[in-house]
Design a protein around this ligand. Sequence first.
Ligand SMILES: [Zn+2]
Length: 293
Amino acid sequence: MKKTLRQSATITGVGLHTGLPVTLTLRPAPPHTGIIFQRTDLNHFEIEATRQHVARVSYATTLMRKGVLISTVEHLLSALHALCVTDVYVELNAMEVPILDGSADPFVRMIDEAGLTEIGSSLEPLRIVKPIEIRQGSKFAAVYPGERLRITYEIDFPHPMIGKQSLDIEITFNSYRRGIAPARTFGFYHEIQDLMQNGLVRGGSFDNAIVLDHQGVMNPDPGLRYPDEFVRHKILDLIGDLSLVGRPILGHIVISRGGHALHAALTSAIHREHQPAKITPTAELRACSSPAW
Ligand SMILES: [Zn+2]
């Protein structure tokens, strides 16, 4: 079923890349609204969270309409999608979604506190019927038919704390909450100067990212939330980027050495190759129908 929030919820923070303070409010929306961002600092200018509005995919996913931007949408979209929030207004008084602790957990808590309510019509899943494979140098992305959303993700960073990590996980309401939402974003200290010169990561800190030097984690509290937190965060990002298809996906996604650009390429290919699936009660149940899914 389609779902919205039972009541509004507000959170404040800073943008990871702009460093600007921002207040974000989620507001209940009627059926068929979709996920609509509203810039309250620009007369409630609206940008719908759809694939067509993706403007930039380096270091974060940015939406744009008529030159107006909403940046770093992926962690919020990931939480909304995994918790089956299909219709909601997202008000922002600046151009970037707050980074908070660098994970999707604060958004999950925010949605939990607001509560969810069903708003009638069925949710149409996108059932993968045709395999798609994309290769970009050493990077690989694919999707294969499957009855549920399963993700196999592999990363390979030449760093003593990361190295090769892979995770194969069926994404459900519970597996997402427990194993994906709390995983934080990460970055390398030696890249930070370059990123800042390009106007990025101005709001970055040890409070909102895992920062790595050549040997290890630089954060004052160097503990990780999971031994493989890095690959888990990549899956968190992937779910946010895939949500721009607009429907829950039933299929097995395989990614090697991915990032937002590869996720966007796969999302576009899925959209291009697959027509809306026929709604079946079973498919809907498996995709996104109850808190126990
Ligand atoms: Zn991320």
